[in-house]
Design a protein around this ligand. Structure first.
Ligand SMILES: [Zn+2]
Length: 281
């Protein structure tokens, strides 16, 4: 066994009010949820790794930008407070932004990639090639935004099209830090990735599989039902990725954690806050 992750700190970087059908294929349109926006801090050998970065707050707090980027009344972002959610969540965990040595994004949706601006020119950012290629296919300037473009699919080029970002581009599964393996789970977006996190023996071993948007809710996992939001993929693609993650979790005895579950996410946050994985050595 190699060196594993010593601490896991789930972060809640905001919420989204949306129809349940975004998360669960076939759910009634009028049924709505307030889902947490997740991030995960991992203390690895060599420093802190951050999985996902939350919203780009400027696109929410500036009313003109908000009309462009969050104009759909059906899906509305909710910020935790007036400040930067990432900075406040890190402060709550006792971690400084400067302590983060690497970042990985599950995918480029605005609720996951919006905080990349804090890390440009500073730390490596792990992503799948298919995701970056799709994101960069967006019209570069304001105005041009035809139907079916990444922007119409919630992927905002302003969040990640910065030549100073130190991309670490993967083609499929691979270890990105000691104890952390990225697993390609395309379907929700063209290059979505999930993360298998193995805990160090010094904190009891075991681990977690963080699905992120390959499985938004516990229901997606338990019923093996597709996520509703998909780009260029049918529901069967999403179901196959859910099954793949369940197989990985079962084979290792790890827990599979959905990305946006309003019950499971705060419960895991509280559980880890009370455990050695979060606390003292
Ligand atoms: Zn997403």
């Amino acid at each position: 066994m190699g060196v594993g992750v010593r601490r896991i700190v789930p972060l809640t970087l905001g919420w989204e009010d949306l129809p349940k059908s975004v998360s669960v294929e076939g759910a009634p349109e009028r049924e709505r949820l307030r889902e947490p926006v997740p991030g995960v801090l991992l203390e690895c050998d060599g420093g802190w790794l951050l999985l996902d970065t939350g919203f780009n707050t400027a696109l929410i707090t500036d009313l003109a930008l908000r009309r462009r980027y969050h104009g759909d009344p059906a899906i509305q972002p909710v910020l935790p407070g007036p400040g930067e959610p990432l900075g406040e969540a890190l402060a709550g965990a006792g971690v400084d932004m400067a302590d983060i040595h690497a970042v990985a994004v599950s995918h480029l949706h605005n609720d996951h990639a919006g905080g990349l601006k804090h890390f440009v020119g500073r730390v490596p950012v792990h992503i799948q090639r298919a995701e970056l290629d799709y994101g960069m296919s967006a019209p570069p300037g304001p105005g041009g935004s035809p139907e079916g473009s990444p922007e119409k699919n919630g992927i905002y080029r302003v969040d990640f099209d910065d030549p100073r970002i130190d991309w670490r581009i993967a083609d499929g599964d691979g270890e990105i830090a000691p104890g952390v393996t990225a697993v390609l789970t395309a379907g929700h977006t063209p290059g979505h990735q999930s993360f298998v996190v193995s805990l160090d023996e010094s904190v009891g071993g075991g681990g977690f599989v963080f699905a992120f948007d390959a499985a938004d809710l516990t229901e997606n996992i338990d019923r093996e039902v597709a996520v509703g939001g998909r780009i260029n993929a049918g529901p069967e693609v999403s179901v196959e990725q859910i099954r793949k993650l369940k197989r990985i979790a079962a084979a290792r005895g790890y827990r599979l954690v959905p990305g946006h579950d309003p019950v499971a996410w705060p419960a895991l946050t509280a559980e880890l806050a009370a455990s050695a994985v979060r606390g003292q050595p």
